[in-house]
Design a protein around this ligand. Structure first.
Ligand code: SF4
Length: 188
């Protein structure tokens, strides 16, 4: 009875309000893939990182939204159209999303991990990405300070706090947790 209808349009909106930086980045990557034609195997090789990230994004969406729309419907309507739109085919049965720790320790662009922007972006890119989330001035400098000291999850937690205007005492340890904490705050 309290089922929520979620469309891809809603996912865009939710991404804007509640996705951590890693997920926003994946969504952007997914969009970039969408503009390209179905990639040749060579191009696909170059985009392998992004393609795998897309799979991880899919895993995230599935975990979050299949409870709401039902996993069968998710697979049929959402997963299919995401894969189809981005020219990505193939199956993946393991939909378990990674923890921050695992993402942070991953080697970017290799294997089936996506990166943590706090760990894997260059400084300019990270600043630009945080600016895009509306973070600047002191909060931004504090976050960059944590990054310099390799406290990536703390930097992400501070981003959450700056974005939502509340403190996050548990800290961020999983992209899904960022999302659910955000939804809690926004729905409170
Ligand atoms: Fe994503 Fe975790 Fe990095 Fe935050 S700390 S951007 S949730 S991987």
């Amino acid at each position: 009875k309290d089922a929520v209808e979620i469309s891809l349009k809603d996912i865009d909106q939710l991404a804007k309000t509640s996705f951590p930086l890693c997920m926003r980045h994946m969504l952007e990557k997914a969009r970039n893939l969408k503009i390209e034609r179905k990639p040749s195997s060579e191009a696909w090789g170059q985009n392998a990182g992004a393609g795998l990230k897309l799979e991880d994004a899919l895993a995230f969406w599935r975990a979050e939204f299949s409870q709401k729309v039902g996993s069968e419907r998710f697979d049929k309507e959402y997963a299919y159209s995401i894969r189809h739109n981005y020219g990505k085919e193939g199956k993946r049965t393991d939909y378990t999303p990674y923890s921050c720790q695992k993402i942070i320790s991953a080697t970017p662009g290799v294997g089936d991990h996506h990166g943590c922007p706090y760990r894997h972006f260059g400084e300019d890119n990270l600043r630009a990405a945080l600016n895009k989330m509306g973070i600047s001035g002191h909060p931004l400098e504090d976050i960059m300070d944590k990054v310099k000291n390799r406290h990536y999850q703390l930097a992400c937690t501070m981003t959450f706090e700056a974005e939502h205007g509340v403190s996050c005492d548990t800290g961020i340890n999983h992209p899904n947790q960022y999302f659910s904490e955000s939804q809690k705050v926004l729905k409170a």
